[in-house]
Design a protein around this ligand. Structure first.
Ligand code: GLN
Length: 491
């Protein structure tokens, strides 16, 4: 079978590729070669890949074909996936799209990568991102800006923009991203794919380069909800190497893929239809909500999470504070970029940080250092932590009434490259709907819910802590009742 032909006409999902591999209509080596060829062909326009791991991928594909021949095929065996470049891959460059780590080859792999590889997965490369995951457009990457495959003059979202763009463009079957304030969901929404930010603690952070440790989570970016469940099955679960990892037993997430929503109570928190939201985005989500009602759910359109309006402020104290501590380790001594053309150690460290970090990363370090400094700690950091507690309690309360909450993922469709780079606050505002979820630590998924003039709109479904099964069910029911997830850009 001519694989590249299939890929040009149609993007294979994990479950479709699995069926072809299992029935031996296709080998993993053929499939992997077709993806590598497509990456070579279209990535010069998309810029989703920091590193393409040709050799490794083909080796893994050969191994996968061996596993398949033995009849041991698993759901991800032999299927090409992509890893965000802040997730450590043993022996493979992990740059965080930063000059600081441009030469960093980790001697170990993240737990999620180990788990994928144990299941026979094939890794085709490392995905571009905003430097150290700080941003919403990939324009903060020190390497290049990833383009949105729906319109190459627009951003794919961020910070997992490379992961999302590659998946929708058919350069990888699925990808892993990380989400601290929206970095999986916002690019998934901007690219019209599925992206899940799991409950804090559900997926191991071991080997994820830390940005804000109390908010960071790894999760899947996939072409449909079934694939999302399959990747979650592979990566979720307790890890003794991550002290914040939850001990909860992991269900088979594919059991949640049901099309009936009878009995489910959905809340629409009105604060999430924020001022400045594009009317077509709000309208599309309202239509989607009516469809969820038709599928059997009970909807309350007057739900409220009043402290949501403080989430942005709280996030931009807590995330930079944690970042300023986490990024203190980049001093040019142990690994990464090192400026050595000086007479003394202090100047070497200063210059290493001056030239190694980009402007947004420095802005966050300064914000965080300021918020944590003596005299300001109580006024900013401590206050933000107190408001964080109130926001969490508000989520606990609202989930006594509802099984899930529905909001837009982002206030706008993908914006133009360069449109928001001059004003950091404008950029920060693109995450107003996603940030509160990380503050609360609950799970949320973004799924395709329409288009405005050819540009994607994402719908966010928020769940209780460890309520992934419920939000996957709602996402699946909506997806099966609509066609949005089948549309693909003609790239
Ligand atoms: N855009 C947000 C920020 O810049 C969130 C990023 C993320 O989730 N990693 O902090």
């Amino acid at each position: 079978m001519e694989v590249s032909l299939i890929l040009n006409q149609k993007r294979l999902t994990i479950h479709e590729a699995h069926d072809l591999l299992k029935t031996r209509q296709l080998s993993s080596v053929e499939l992997t070669k077709a993806y590598l060829e497509r990456i070579r062909e279209i990535d010069p326009g998309v810029h989703a890949f920091v590193t393409v791991t040709d050799e490794l991928a083909l080796k893994q594909a050969q191994k996968a074909d061996g596993i398949i021949a033995r009849g041991d095929i698993g759901p991800l065996t032999g299927i090409p996936g992509l890893i965000k470049d802040n997730i450590c891959t043993r022996g493979v460059l992990t740059t965080c799209s930063s000059k600081m780590l441009a030469n960093f080859v980790p001697p170990y792999a993240a737990t999620v990568v180990e788990r994928l590889e144990a299941g026979g997965a094939v890794v085709v490369g490392k995905a571009n991102m905003d430097e150290f995951a700080m941003g919403s457009s990939t324009e903060n990457s020190a390497i290049f800006t990833t383009r949105n495959p729906w319109d190459l003059s627009r951003v794919p979202g961020g910070s997992s923009g490379g992961s999302a763009a590659a998946v929708v463009a058919g350069e990888a079957v699925y990808a892993l991203g990380s989400d601290t304030g929206g970095s999986i969901r916002q690019p998934a929404g901007f690219c019209s794919i599925t992206g899940l930010k799991p409950t804090y603690g559900l997926v191991s952070r071991y080997g994820l380069v830390a940005f804000a440790s109390s908010l960071d989570q790894i999760g899947p970016l996939t072409q449909d909800v079934t694939d999302c469940a399959l990747v979650m099955n592979a990566i979720a679960g307790h890890d003794p190497r991550d002290s914040t990892s939850a001990p909860n037993p992991i269900p088979d997430y594919t059991h949640s893929l049901k099309t009936d929503l009878t009995g489910l109570r959905l809340g629409i928190p009105r604060e999430y239809f924020v001022e400045g939201m594009q009317t077509q985005v709000a309208d599309a989500i309202r239509v989607a909500i009516s469809q969820l009602e038709e599928l059997g759910a009970t909807v309350n359109r007057a739900a409220s999470l009043p402290h949501t309006r403080y989430a942005l402020a709280v996030y931009y104290i807590i995330a930079p504070s944690e970042a300023s501590a986490n990024l203190a380790r980049y001093d040019g001594v142990k690994y990464g970029f090192s400026y050595q053309d000086t007479d003394n150690m202090w100047e070497a460290m200063e210059k290493t940080r001056q030239y190694g970090f980009g402007p947004e990363v420095k802005r966050r370090i300064m914000l965080g250092t300021y918020a944590l400094s003596a005299g300001y700690y109580d006024a900013y950091y401590l206050k933000a932590q107190k408001v964080r507690t109130i926001i969490r309690q508000e989520f606990d309360e609202i989930f006594k009434q509802f099984d899930a909450l529905i909001t837009p993922t982002s206030p706008t469709v993908p914006f133009k490259v360069g449109e928001k780079t001059a004003d950091p606050l404008q950029m920060y505002l693109s995450d107003v709907c996603t940030l509160p979820i990380n503050i609360a630590g609950v799970p949320a998924i973004s799924i395709p819910a329409g288009f405005v003039e050819g540009l994607p709109i994402g719908m966010q479904i928020i769940g209780r802590p460890f309520g992934e099964e419920t939000i996957l069910q709602i996402a699946y029911a909506y997806e099966q009742a609509t066609e949005w997830h089948k549309r693909r850009p003609s790239i």
